[in-house]
Structure formats: C-alpha cells, structure tokens
Design a protein around this ligand. Sequence first.
Ligand code: 13P
Ligand code: SF4
Length: 303
Amino acid sequence: MYNEIQRLKNETDAVLLAHYYVDKEVQKVSDYVGDSYYLAKIAKEIPQKTILFSGVYFMGESAKILNPEKTVLLPELSADCPMAHMARTEKIQQMRAEIDDLAVVCYINSTAALKANCDVCVTSSNAKTIIQNLPHKNIFFIPDVHLGRYIASLVPEKKFYFNDGFCPVHQRITASQVAIARKEHPFAPVLAHPECDFSVLQSADYVGSTSGIIAYASSCDSQEIIIATEVGVLYELEKRNPHKKFFAVTSEQICNDMKKITLDKVISTLKTKTNQIEISEDLRKKALIPLNRMLELAAKPTL
Ligand code: 13P
Ligand code: SF4
C-alpha cells in the first residue's frame, strides 16, 4: 500500500498534508502533519503541483486560497468544521459601523466568505502575537467565543467583542470532568486546547494549539498527562513519548468531520484526482488578504 501511494504521488506530483485530528492511518502515510498554522504555512512553501489535504474543508480551502495555481484535493468534501459557519457578515458590517478603531479578527476555522470580510486571520498558535501587533484598540473576534475570551485574557490592553460560535467537540469538555480526571491521575498535568470553555482553561496547567500541546507534553517531566483536545493528537503524542501515558478527559473528544477522512478515501482521491477545492477568483482574492496578513504578522516579534 505504501508503495502504491508513493507511485500515485509521483505520477500526480502530489504531497500529502494532514491535521493531527485525522485517523492515525492517514497521519502515517502523510508527508507533513501539523496544526492549522503549520499546514497553511507549509502549503505555501512546498513545490508539488497537487496538495491532498487530509483535514476539514476550511483547511483545504485556505491552502487553495494561498495557492491558486495548485490543485487542492480533499478526500471527503463533506468533512466540514461546523464552527466555520458560526458568524454572520451582517454582524461584522454592523460592528464596523458602530465601533471605531476596530479590527475584525477571524479564526482560520471559518468559511472563505467570512474571511473575505475580516482584517486578519489567526490560528490558536499565533492569535496572541498577531493581535498584540495590530494597531487597533478594539477587536471583534469571530467565530469562536472561547478562543476569543482566552486571547482577551492574555491581551488586556485591548477591548474585545465576542461572537457566539464554538467547537462542539471542545465545548463538550467540562471543568467537573477535568476535576474527575485529575482525581484519577493525581500527578498528571492537564493540557487544553483554547477552544475549550474558559472554566476548563482556567483549571488547565497548559493551554495551546495541537502543536503546542504536543511540544509541551514532549518536553515536560510528567510521565502521565491529561489531554483536553481531540483524541487524534494521541497518535503523535504516543509516537514521540513511548514511555509516557496519555489520558483523554472524556471518551467523547472526537471530531466526526475529521474522522470522515479515511485511508481508502485518500488513496481513491489520489487515483481519480476528484474532490478538488474550487473557489471563485473574486472571493479568493478577498479571502487571501487576511490570510497573507496572518502569515506576515505571525512572523513579527511580539511588540
Ligand atoms: P489547531 O490550530 O490547534 O491545529 O486547531 C485546529 C482545530 O480545528 C482545533 O479544533
Ligand atoms: Fe472544527 Fe472542532 Fe472539529 Fe476542530 S475539532 S475541526 S473546531 S469541529
């Protein structure tokens, strides 16, 4: 099977990108696996003409926006992040009309239409740096209320306005479930993704993106670690740390959309070159502005 994938990749000049939340069998065959910021950056840097993106729609769409000359394939086009739709352009326009000195900051988990109406995109690994680097005093953060609240707590010098979007997978994790997990594993620190509710984040020992969680877990001395994010990260965590034990807070930390990406679909998509991401040139150009701004501002040192 690995040989077949290699042959298909050579034939189509393709590279396989995957997010940490997809099935481990898909992560194993992928060339680059990472968090959403890393994947957006790497998509711009790689030379291959075809990108097969194992992730949800907004991730493949962002790769296409950044690389219009490339063919971007998504093994399952219905793999869609529900939070990406949880904001309205009318509300953005209303906020712009009502509030002076406002930057509309868009979590990358959003549709191209939402991105097109925003000033800058962010991911959980660069949101703090980017917002600190913005000249604006006021920030309207969409779509995720939890990431927005968390970043607001780190950047108290700015005034934040929140939207009511959320990730159903992370919002499901509660502070009382975290407390139970701590009782079961009293020496284990809790590492949480900032899409969790603020009460979970306040009780966590570390808060960060999927890459941040993996880096922290790999460098800390603890031999047992509690994870408050999607269980797909366990593959990389266990691979890098074979002697450590990882526990999810609950058995429900599963993103069904990410799990729609199966190894069979990866192979058949490579063979048929179907499931291409398409976007109108007008929308692409508008959505490119905040994505490029993200790449530019994330590289700047924090003010
Ligand atoms: P990361 O940016 O940490 O990879 O998160 C993406 C995501 O969808 C989290 O739910
Ligand atoms: Fe979207 Fe949540 Fe799935 Fe991430 S885990 S892709 S935010 S539904």
